[in-house]
Design a protein around this ligand. Structure first.
Ligand code: MG
Length: 362
């Protein structure tokens, strides 16, 4: 049997405690409860993928995702990893209803093929931007917590703060004032995760301007199907309006662009998988739409894969791949190319994603 033929797979829980709950307007992660998908080729080389479970955002459960990944393992067994495009297409057809599983399975195929070829995933996708610096998220909470967190992360070297808003508008003003105070001169991104009306978001931005706060981007201010609301805000506001929950497929993004509804799109592998994420990237680039690389709550494995994708292709305006800084210990090793101030030095990753479980077995 050729050494590149996929021989074994495994599906395991990937758990980690968080330093602080990752709370947004639509729900909260108290801990990371993801899934690790491992493929092993006949020659013993392994590839790893991670499924990010965010039930309050996607509706996908861990149980369903593990079942889908066992199905993916059966579909992939016996295929030659060298023919990776066929494998990725096969997965896209089979796992369209469970995108977290699709992303993990495609991630493992790509990690495996890159490791077999001895190239990094970053180089595989084009090797364009050798390093990326991520923002850091200020989650929903009180103003005192936002102040202490921002001061700590500013000291650690972060310069862009993505503030989650939309749960309580009065508290949001206090939190944003706290972020401005703790990180003067730093950029602020806003993400309301669907919580506002268009008029409410417009008034919110106006009041912030009066406080001297001018966010660099406004992400998903309104409900995911409120395309008219997004279009209204794109016309009225000075900063780019970015679709996240509204951009779950290539069709979604095509429609948003046709209606001039947004000037930026958040690409997440967990929403799209790798093939479709690249298609969205190409469409956005062709139409002059700005790009954010985002993620769910993900360990260093999926985070470094997202960074390799974004840095490899290039052309991203906003980098939001910061959840490794919320995780205590996910049991992974090899991500020394991610520095404590949030810089992914992608040209230092050796083969594949460059991250693997400690004491890995398949
Ligand atoms: Mg978002």
């Amino acid at each position: 049997m050729k050494n590149t033929v996929i021989k074994k797979y495994s599906v395991k829980e990937l758990n980690a405690e968080l330093f602080t709950p990752f709370t947004i307007s639509s729900g909260s992660h108290k801990s990371m409860t993801n899934v690790l998908f491992t493929l092993e080729a006949a020659g013993g080389v392994r590839g790893y993928g991670e499924a990010a479970i965010a039930t309050h955002i996607t509706g996908e459960t861990r149980e369903k995702t593990m079942k889908s990944l066992r199905r993916a393992g059966e579909l992939l067994a016996g295929l030659d990893a060298a023919n990776y495009l066929a494998a990725l297409c096969k997965l896209e057809g089979a796992l369209d209803g469970n995108r977290a599983a699709l992303a993990a399975a495609q991630m493992a195929v790509l990690d495996l093929v890159c490791r077999l070829q001895g190239v990094s995933l970053w180089k595989f996708f084009g090797g364009r931007a050798p390093s990326l610096k991520t923002d850091v998220t200020v989650v929903i909470g009180d103003a005192a917590t936002a102040l202490a967190f921002t001061a700590k992360m500013r000291k650690q070297g972060f310069k862009i703060f993505k503030v989650k808003t939309g749960a309580d508008m009065d508290e949001d003003y206090r939190r944003l004032a706290a972020v401005k105070k703790a990180a003067p001169g730093c950029a602020i991104y806003l993400d309301a995760n669907c919580a506002c009306t268009a008029k409410g978001a417009e008034a919110f931005i106006k009041k912030l301007a009066g406080m001297g706060i001018h966010p660099a981007v406004l992400e998903q201010p309104v409900k995911k199907d409120d395309i008219d609301g997004l279009a209204y805000l794109s016309r009225k506001l000075p900063m780019p309006v970015c679709a996240d929950e509204s951009a779950y497929s290539l069709d979604d993004v095509y429609r948003l662009i046709q209606k001039n509804a947004v000037n930026a799109v958040n690409i997440k592998l967990t929403k799209l998988g790798f093939l479709r994420a690249r298609e969205v990237w190409a469409l956005a680039r062709a139409k002059g739409i700005k790009l954010m690389m985002g993620q769910m709550v993900e360990s260093e494995l999926a985070s470094c894969a997202a960074a390799a994708f974004a840095g490899g292709l290039g052309g991203f305006d906003f980098i939001d791949i910061d959840t490794p800084f919320f995780i205590k210990d996910s049991g992974l090793k090899g991500y020394s190319f991610l520095s404590k101030d949030g810089v992914y030095s992608l040209d230092r990753a050796k083969a594949g994603i460059g991250v693997e479980p400690r004491g890995a077995k398949c």
